[in-house]
Each structure stands twice: as structure tokens, then as C-alpha cells.
Design a protein around this ligand. Structure first.
Ligand SMILES: [Zn+2]
Length: 238
């Protein structure tokens, strides 16, 4: 479903997509398969798109040109994302996502007259790096930098990806304190030849965090943490 708010957001950062750009911001998922669904029935793609626009605007304002990947929801081929970023001159790849929990932890509720699924099992951000990416050390340094900045701003990482119950992720920690996991087979990370990080900005199936993640304040905070993290790891000059 395409709503008016989505169309307005989609028109915003067209100017970001011209010329060489050292940072690629990848909008997770695409219109036909928009990822997770929030406790209020909003597709993850819309959250990803809105946050990517705020991050791109912040970095551009700081003098760092950004290439947005999949911004209009057209990128159906996961394996085309990293090559498109690198063709644009990207030296760093950040994929933007919003998180959910496994089905067993979700319960039905009625929101605006329609049944949706929600869960209070987990909330918070997480970051992922792949050991199949040839630039793992730099990827991890950037993920840790972003996580540290998010923590300094008062946010907490979620530990639910490390749970080992059947069907849970069981992901090994790369930097537990800063919410960074290894997830080797994430396609956009392992097909990148530049340092790459996947950022789950928060859990949209959680009713409270879904509301917060839809605010300008939370998006600004996340964007500031990304900028700070990329300065800490040297992608952006300090
Ligand atoms: Zn996602």
C-alpha cells in the first residue's frame, strides 16, 4: 500500500543522487516486499526510507555527499545494491533497517479497527557486520562507533538476536557493549567490497518504540549517531 505520507517523503532528497559520493545509504527492502510490519501496520520500508532521508540530509549538510540506494523502493535485486553504491564511488555502505521479533513473541491486537501484531519482547537498536566482507575490521570499527554514539545519546542495544531458542537468530556478538553482531551471510554486507554495516534502528513491532521511531527526534538522534560513528572510524574526517 502506498500512502500519501510515503509519496511526500519519496520526493525529498533527489539532489543527493548526483556525482561521486563517499557514503552510500541503502534503504532496506522494496515496495513489493517491504520487510517487517509495525505494531500499527506500517511497513518497515517506510521507516527505512524516512530515516535514510534524514541521515542523507545530515551528512550532505556536513559536506559529505551521499548516494541513496533503493530510495524509491525499486531495488528488488539485493545483489545489485553494493555494486550500485561502489559505482557511485562509495567508500562506505550503510544499510538502514527496522527490526522485529520472531512470530512466537507476537500477539494480535486491534489498531484502528484492524488486527495487527505487536510484541514487547524486545526493543532497542542493533548493528551487523559480516566476516565475509573483505574490510571487516573497518566495518566493525564503524559499527562500534555508531553503537557507542547511540548509547551516549541514551539508547540501548537489543540482545534478542543473540537468543539461542529454536527459531531465534543465535547471532554471535562482535561488540556486545555497543550492540554489534556478526551476521556473515547478509547479502548487502558480504557483497560489498568496501566497509559495510547494517543498522537496525529499533524494533517496530514494539508499540512504544514504533511510535518513537516515527518521530523526528529519534530520527535526528540516529542520524547524529551515524555521523559521529563515521567520524570515529575515519570514514568522515574528524
Ligand atoms: Zn529489514
Amino acid at each position: 500500500m502506498i500512502r500519501k505520507a510515503f509519496l511526500l517523503a519519496a520526493a525529498l532528497p533527489v539532489v543527493c543522487n548526483a556525482g561521486a559520493a563517499p557514503v552510500a545509504i541503502d534503504v532496506g527492502h522494496f515496495l513489493a516486499r517491504p520487510g517487517a510490519t509495525s505494531a500499527y501496520g506500517v511497513p518497515e520500508f517506510e521507516y527505512n526510507q524516512s530515516l535514510a532521508a534524514v541521515i542523507a540530509a545530515r551528512l550532505t549538510a556536513a559536506g559529505v555527499p551521499v548516494r541513496l540506494i533503493g530510495y524509491r523502493g525499486e531495488m528488488e535485486d539485493l545483489r545489485a545494491r553494493a555494486p550500485q553504491a561502489e559505482a557511485a564511488g562509495a567508500k562506505f555502505f550503510l544499510s538502514i533497517h527496522h527490526d522485529s521479533v520472531k512470530a512466537e513473541y507476537q500477539q494480535p491486537w486491534i489498531w484502528n479497527g484492524r488486527e495487527q501484531l505487536y510484541s514487547t519482547h524486545a526493543s532497542g537498536f542493533s548493528l551487523f557486520v559480516s566476516r565475509l566482507n573483505p574490510r571487516l575490521a573497518e566495518s566493525l570499527a564503524c559499527a562500534s562507533g555508531i553503537g557507542a554514539a547511540l548509547r551516549a545519546a541514551g539508547l540501548k542495544p537489543t540482545a534478542h538476536h543473540a537468543e539461542t531458542a529454536p527459531g531465534a537468530g543465535g547471532r554471535p556478538w562482535a561488540d556486545e557493549a555497543n550492540g554489534v553482531y556478526f551476521y556473515d551471510n547478509l547479502v548487502v554486507l558480504k557483497t560489498s567490497t568496501v566497509p559495510a554495516v547494517l543498522f537496525e534502528a529499533g524494533v517496530i513491532v514494539h508499540p512504544d518504540e514504533a511510535r518513537e521511531l516515527a518521530t523526528a527526534g529519534r530520527r535526528d538522534l540516529a542520524a547524529a549517531a551515524v555521523e559521529s560513528g563515521l567520524r570515529a572510524c575515519g570514514v568522515i574526517a574528524p
